[in-house]
Ligand binder design. Structure first.
Ligand SMILES: [Zn+2]
Length: 598
């Protein structure tokens, strides 16, 4: 548990513009010892807090420090007296910061002394003191003795630099946000030295270390301890924890992916995305939405000093494109949560490594394709987004067609909707869809197994082929007839099944229509019956006068007076349709008949 992240009274200006919370307590302070079942409490204050129980809601609560077999903190609903949270040893003292107001820290108390680390020791803040050169500081310079402590009931500027409270607060929140996307660090150690240059932040995590080390130079009131910059440094930490070196071409990769984490961590805090690094302190550094270089091929001068930052520009832009989408490149927006998870999964997959100059982008691209194909599939919008974004920054994905577009899976069936039955041919083809996809064509309707096609039909199915070239139609008793052509691709999936109806007409007029056909079949049923068959008149309760029996292919095999009919005389083990007709030929009911016998 990371503790309630903010107390409203202190951070009101950005968190609480659109909520209403009751602020008159129903529970009085003197009731609290009873609620907690202790003789007395150390102190209690009313707070409005979010993130209690990790739920996205706000509560009006008493925050109570008390003693019961150790120092404890409880949060009690100020309206109904429920104990919301009770935690050991966490002091959750407030501390001043440079630019985020007064915050509640996830700190730790033992024996009356509160230290700047959480109760599990997985986030620690270090006051690193004076050091001449920021660049010379390494993880070996972090000592437990540098963790500030206080015997008071809140943190003050006398105990540690404001930059350290701010850094510690951000690191505490970021650690949970990172673990929520499976970027798990054992610990985060964040240190604030006073060193030169004063505008400075750096990740000094050793390669393969699961314990992150980050330094932020003390430069009050404008240190680089912002959500995006510390998020960026922790991006380096998680890459190093996953054996991705921050040197050579790997540096390009590092700086770009670190910025993705920087934007993400800041987004988690403020709830909206801004793409500018360092904007909270007016630094206005890199803008992922509009970088200097958007195309991988653009960067030719490899000798420039900021080469690693510049060459990472297209990769930053790729992340922006998949997150926000693009009408120019027809990229669907995935949102930042899904986008960062794709990157996180790619890092966790272990397939990215720093490689050689032309290998870096390729390896990230390959890893993201592996993740997306496995989790979402080729026909997903996730796939379309990342593939088109890679193409947009001038990488060759191998998925684009001749005009550079990555095709979607959706397709239609081209071909006639009306054909002449005497032509005995018709061609239907897939339009759009994936190149080389496998399609299965099925004809649905009467006599569907009697069609023939160029590639051959098995029953009513043609396996494969991007076209169904029909070469013979069956003869029907009357026209028009309607059939349905259904196309399914096992590769693309049943979500993309497409149907097309086709009407067969007697174009030269040498066959009966439905009326003519039914008026020609056995007496005594004539025109009215045919009409009723055709229009499916409402059945009524009239007595049955006549009977018609059709086999499963729709062929009339018996037409008789109802009195003469005995269904047990029909052949066994075959399916029939028995139509009962009234004295004027109207359909009373139709039933299926199948008798097992010999
Ligand atoms: Zn960096």
């Amino acid at each position: 548990w990371d503790g309630p992240c903010d107390a409203v009274a202190m951070v009101a200006f950005y968190v609480f513009t659109e909520i209403e919370v009751e602020t008159t307590p129903e529970i009085e302070e003197n009731q609290i010892p009873n609620i907690l079942n202790v003789p007395s409490i150390s102190n209690a204050e009313l707070v409005i807090s979010h993130n209690l129980n990790d739920e996205c809601q706000f509560v009006f609560a008493w925050k109570v420090h008390f003693y019961r077999e150790g120092d404890k903190v409880a949060y009690i609903d100020a309206l109904n007296g429920d104990i919301i949270k009770e935690v050991n040893n966490g002091a959750y003292f407030t501390a001043p910061t440079e630019i985020y107001g007064s915050v509640t820290l996830d700190d730790f108390t033992a024996n009356g002394i509160t230290t700047l680390q959480n109760s599990t020791g997985t986030v620690k803040g270090y006051n690193l003191g004076i050091s001449s050169d920021c660049y010379s500081i390494t993880d070996a310079d972090f000592n437990l003795s540098q963790i500030p402590s206080t015997a008071n009931s809140q943190w003050s500027a006398n105990d540690a630099p404001l930059a350290l409270y701010q850094s510690f607060h951000i690191a505490s929140l970021a650690k949970n946000w990172l673990s929520n996307i499976n970027m798990n660090l054992n610990s985060i150690n964040i240190g604030v030295p006073t060193c030169s240059p004063s505008q400075f932040a750096r990740d000094v995590t050793p390669i393969n270390s699961q314990d992150a080390y980050v330094i932020v130079a003390n430069n009050s009131p404008n240190s680089w301890a912002t959500f995006d910059i510390i998020g960026h440094e922790l991006g380096h930490s998680v890459l190093l924890a996953n054996s991705i070196w921050n040197s050579g071409e790997g540096m390009v990769l590092h700086e770009a992916i670190a910025d993705m984490f920087g934007v993400y961590i800041e987004y988690k805090y403020q709830g909206v995305i801004d793409w500018q690094m360092g904007d909270d302190i007016g630094l206005n550094a890199r803008d992922l939405s509009n970088p200097q270089y958007k195309c991988y091929d653009e960067i030719v001068d490899l000798t420039r000093i900021f080469y690693s930052y510049e060459k990472g520009d297209p990769l930053r832009y790729w992340f922006y494109l998949i997150t926000e989408g693009s009408s120019t490149y027809q990229i669907p927006a995935l949102g930042i949560e899904k986008s960062i998870e794709i990157i996180a999964d790619a890092i966790n997959s272990g397939t990215i490594n720093s490689g050689t100059i032309n290998y870096t982008y390729q390896s990230v691209m390959t890893a993201t394709f592996d993740v997306v194909l496995q989790n979402f599939g080729r026909c997903s919008s996730e796939f379309i987004a990342i593939a088109r974004a890679w193409e947009a920054i001038c990488l060759n994905t191998g998925y684009a067609n001749w005009n550079g577009e990555v095709p979607v899976c959706n397709y239609t069936i081209s071909g006639p909707s009306v054909v002449c039955e005497e032509d005995d041919f018709a061609n239907f083809c897939i339009q759009g869809g994936l190149p080389n996809a496998y399609y299965q064509w099925t004809i649905i309707g009467g006599k569907s197994t009697q069609y023939t096609s160029l590639l051959g039909m098995q029953g009513n199915i043609q396996q494969g082929g991007t076209c169904l070239n029909l070469t013979d139609f069956p003869k029907y008793n009357y026209y028009p007839q309607i059939i349905t052509i259904k196309v399914y691709s096992p590769i693309i999936g049943s979500n993309f099944t497409v149907m097309k109806t086709v009407q067969l007409n007697d174009c030269n007029g040498d066959d009966p229509n439905c009326d003519e056909y039914y008026s020609s079949v056995a007496a005594p049923i004539t025109q009215p019956e045919a009409e009723s068959m055709r229009y499916e008149l409402q059945p009524n309760m009239e007595d049955i006068h006549f009977i018609k029996v059709f086999n499963s292919a729709g062929i009339l095999i018996n037409s008789d007076s109802y009195l003469n009919f005995n269904e047990n005389e029909l052949p066994a083990n075959q399916l029939f349709f028995i139509v009962n007709l009234g004295k004027n030929g109207e359909i009373i009911k139709t039933k299926k008949y199948f008798r097992i016998g010999n």
